[in-house]
Design a protein around this ligand. Structure first.
Ligand code: MGD
Ligand code: MGD
Ligand code: MO
Length: 717
């Protein structure tokens, strides 16, 4: 072997090897992360991926998912060309067509529905991807439809709305200055790996960590000084019980409460209903541990809290559970205080970066009005506070056609498996829609129901704008050209704006012009950003966020205070029965009749994060699938013994809505009586077990993490 051949085998970049390192970001996972990656490219192909050491966000680190980026990009089931359906909806028979043809068919059909029904009968929907959303959102409005919806209908928004009604805004943990970290359903190792270092540093400084989770996790094992393994869905009761202890023991910051909060007396009266013995009974926790958690959090301050994006608000009592936990931070004077939770408004696509851009204006300036969004009638709080339709109501509106029919869906990464009763949703789409187009990387179950399927490209095949904490903006450049005939989502949207001759000069100019409009005023242009292959510090950025601004400037709530008692909720029509206080209710309240209890004795928790999985999108990525080859249900040792279940057995999981099959994993990490599974598998989709009406009435969020269920062994023939 020659020297040069050896270097090629070792993948060493250089002129002699023809290997070049090009930089991009990995967009497989949560948009709040998106690590910088170094892609080693030879002959137009990515041959190696590493974390970018100089990247200000991930500093060279890469998780399990990012490490499989190459395997993801080159998956064989990538959609290669635009496709037109030739079989029945759902059958999966398509023929390739040209981009021009696809655009023409889309334009004709969307305009036809608009003429025959109305523009609102066309719903624009985005799955988990966030990067193209400002363009899609604006396009929906310019087309004339109020109906833009996304996975925000089930992700984090319930928490955001809880923050809004209580404090006017959200507030992140100020880990650098805290003495105590209350990791309420925190397991960064699985869901946000770069956040773990901050907790480790706090421990190194002698700080204390409390973890509250329903299962043993790496965080409970490696980080917790105090671990509360709580009964699922009972967190609201724990938070109210802790409030009672904090008030009773004189640990509350009453100066703060008097100066900055509203509704304390009513909140105290509510907390009084949760004495320690009752809370211990509900939560399944030792009374001493509850007392210790309350004492530590309230007296070893400043203390900050993790507010999870989904774990709590995926219970039908989760909106109020989140509010009850948030209230503890005001009760102890930790909201907007250094070392507590400090507001830090999002810059772009939910990501705080210390400066403002015109994203909101770009999205909403062209809002057409003239009709209520999908879900408006059923979820008034959501509708009042969030500028998207509530997709959880899509199935009902499709079926009933009330208050008006939905006749077309323009989907990007739309994945029906994300929503309850997936099979019914797909059936309703097949039956009721005149036209459905979906754009994805892969031929998913949902794509099979589309009339037209468009091939999108991945993050390494496109350029995109992204903000990073620390005051950074980046505009990536493609590492390789789009594979096959795939295109970048935003190019597809801007092409369509031209083909449909939409009345919007900005969209017709293309993505870069739109981004320049959005970042106008930051002191940088897209051209400046493109000149660097690393994120660029924005001159006007202020980082880190300063504590105390809300306390001095006033809370953006009706009373200008932190509202233990929400006047926003009090103003909602009483027939909805929404309580202005963060009351605790049973997370299975709608399933407690004796028959259902008996038939479905288990508590099913779906989708708690694991390192190798992300929703539906990487179950089919071979390297990642190899880490857990089967859709698996975790069963407690005692339950398994009682039911005669062993590791590797096949079992049927059933609920009043359906039945799926999974492989058993016996463990003592979960609690007795609880079953845990991932979501997003096509062959074992847990959302077929979750009822469409099993939702939190405040947010509309489905109870993904709390549903009655049964399990039984399948006797193999
Ligand atoms: N049972 C249960 N259900 C849940 C949850 C749970 O915990 N349990 N979690 C909920 C939460 S929090 C969320 S966020 C949602 C996630 O909801 P989903 O939207 O289902 O998330 P994904 O499956 O990651 O992505 C949807 C699709 O986007 C495609 N995609 C990936 N990249 C691109 C791209 O660049 N362009 C385009 N056009 N498509 C792309 C993927 O291939 C995939 O088919 O699921 C919710 N549903
Ligand atoms: N690897 C990976 N990372 C992800 C994702 C992914 O799919 N895979 N998804 C991303 C997305 S879209 C989101 S929304 C976020 C979600 O991020 P998180 O909100 O952090 O979500 P989880 O990891 O599901 O939940 C955190 C912990 O809460 C626990 N938990 C579940 N139910 C309860 C309960 O009733 N009470 C208590 N106290 N704890 C409970 C779980 O066991 C889990 O360990 O993660 C993001 N990061
Ligand atoms: Mo999410």
């Amino acid at each position: 072997m020659t020297e040069s051949e050896k270097k090629i085998r070792a993948k060493i970049p250089g002129e002699d090897t023809g290997i070049e390192v090009r930089r991009s970001l990995c967009a497989i996972c949560s948009p709040s992360h998106h690590c910088g990656v170094d892609c080693y490219v030879k002959d137009g192909k990515i041959i190696r991926v590493e974390g970018t050491p100089e990247h200000p966000y991930n500093h060279g680190k890469l998780c399990t998912k990012g490490s499989s980026l190459r395997n993801y990009v080159y998956r064989e089931d990538r959609i290669k060309t635009p496709l037109r359906r030739v079989g029945q909806r759902g059958e999966g028979k398509f023929e390739p067509i040209s981009w021009d043809e696809a655009y023409q068919i889309i334009a004709e059909n969307l305009n036809r529905v608009k003429e025959q029904y109305s523009a609102h009968s066309v719903a624009f929907f985005s799955g988990y991807c966030k990067w193209y959303r400002p363009i899609l959102h604006r396009m929906a409005h310019v087309f004339g439809s109020v109906n833009f919806g996304t996975d925000d209908s089930t992700c984090v928004t319930a928490k955001i709305l809880g923050d809004k009604v209580t404090a006017g805004c959200g507030a992140g943990p100020d880990m650098a200055h805290a003495r105590t970290f209350l990791g309420w359903n925190y397991d960064g190792y699985y869901s946000a790996h770069l956040s773990v270092a901050g907790v480790q540093k706090l421990k190194e400084r002698g700080g204390k960590v409390i973890i509250i989770d329903i299962r043993d996790t790496p965080a409970s094992k490696n980080l917790a000084d105090l671990f509360l393994k709580i009964n699922p869905g009972t967190d609201g009761a724990l938070a109210l019980g802790m409030a009672k202890l904090i008030i009773e023991n004189g640990w509350a910051d009453m100066d703060y409460v008097e100066k900055y909060t509203y509704g304390f007396d009513r909140y105290k009266a509510l907390a009084d209903q949760y004495p320690l013995d009752k809370v211990a009974e509900i939560t399944g926790l030792d009374a001493e541990k509850i007392l210790e958690a309350a004492r530590l959090y309230a007296t070893n301050g400043p203390a900050c809290t993790n507010y999870s994006a989904s774990a709590l608000v995926h219970h039908i009592n989760g909106f109020n559970a989140h509010r009850a936990i948030l209230c503890l931070s005001a009760l102890t004077g930790n909201f907007d205080r250094a070392g507590g939770n400090v507001p830090n408004p999002p810059t772009y696509l939910h990501k705080p970066a210390g400066f403002k851009v015109r994203e909101h204006e770009f999205r909403s300036d062209r809002y057409p009005g003239g009709q209520e969004r999908i879900g408006a009638e059923r979820f008034p709080l959501w509708n009042q506070l969030y500028d998207e339709f509530q997709a959880v109501d899509l199935l009902r509106q499709l079926e009933e056609g009330e208050p008006y029919p939905v006749k077309a869906i323009f989907g990007m990464g739309m994945n029906a498996k994300m929503l309850p009763e997936t099979d019914k949703l797909l059936a309703a789409m097949a039956e009721k829609l005149d036209f459905f187009v979906n754009t994805d990387l892969f031929m998913t179950l949902t794509c099979k129901y589309a009339d037209i399927v468009l091939p999108a490209c991945t993050s390494v095949e496109r350029g995109e704008l992204k903000a990073y904490q620390g005051g950074y903006l980046t505009y990536t450049r493609p590492v390789i050209p789009p594979l096959y005939e795939s295109r970048s989502d935003v190019d597809i949207l801007c092409d369509l704006a031209r083909v449909m001759d939409l009345d919007d000069g900005l969209l017709k100019q293309g993505y870069e012009a739109c981004m320049d409009w959005i970042i106008d005023g930051c002191g940088l242009t897209v051209a400046d950003l493109k000149a660097s292959d690393l994120p660029v510090k924005v001159p006007v950025a202020k980082w880190p966020a300063e504590a105390g601004k809300v306390l001095s400037g006033g809370f953006k709530t009706p009373t200008g205070k932190f509202e233990f008692y929400s006047e926003t909720i009090a103003a909602i029509d009483p027939r909805y029965g929404l309580d202005p206080l963060p009351v605790y209710t049973d997370s299975l309240a709608d399933q407690n009749d004796p028959e259902t209890r008996e038939k479905y004795p288990f508590y099913l928790c779906t989708g708690a994060r694991l390192a190798h999985a992300l929703h539906s999108r990487i179950h089919e990525t071979p390297w990642l699938r190899s880490l857990r080859p089967d859709p698996t249900v975790e069963v407690h040792t005692a339950d398994a013994a009682r039911l005669g279940l062993k590791d590797g057995d096949r079992a049927a999981l059933s609920s009043p809505y359906g039945e799926i099959r999974m492989v058993v994993k016996v463990t003592s990490k979960v609690k007795e009586g609880v079953l845990m599974t991932l979501h997003g598998y096509t062959e074992a989709n847990v959302n077929e077990l979750i009822g469409r009406n099993h939702v939190d009435p405040y947010s509309g969020f489905p109870g993904f993490k709390g549903m009655r269920c049964n399990i039984s062994k399948i006797q193999e023939a």
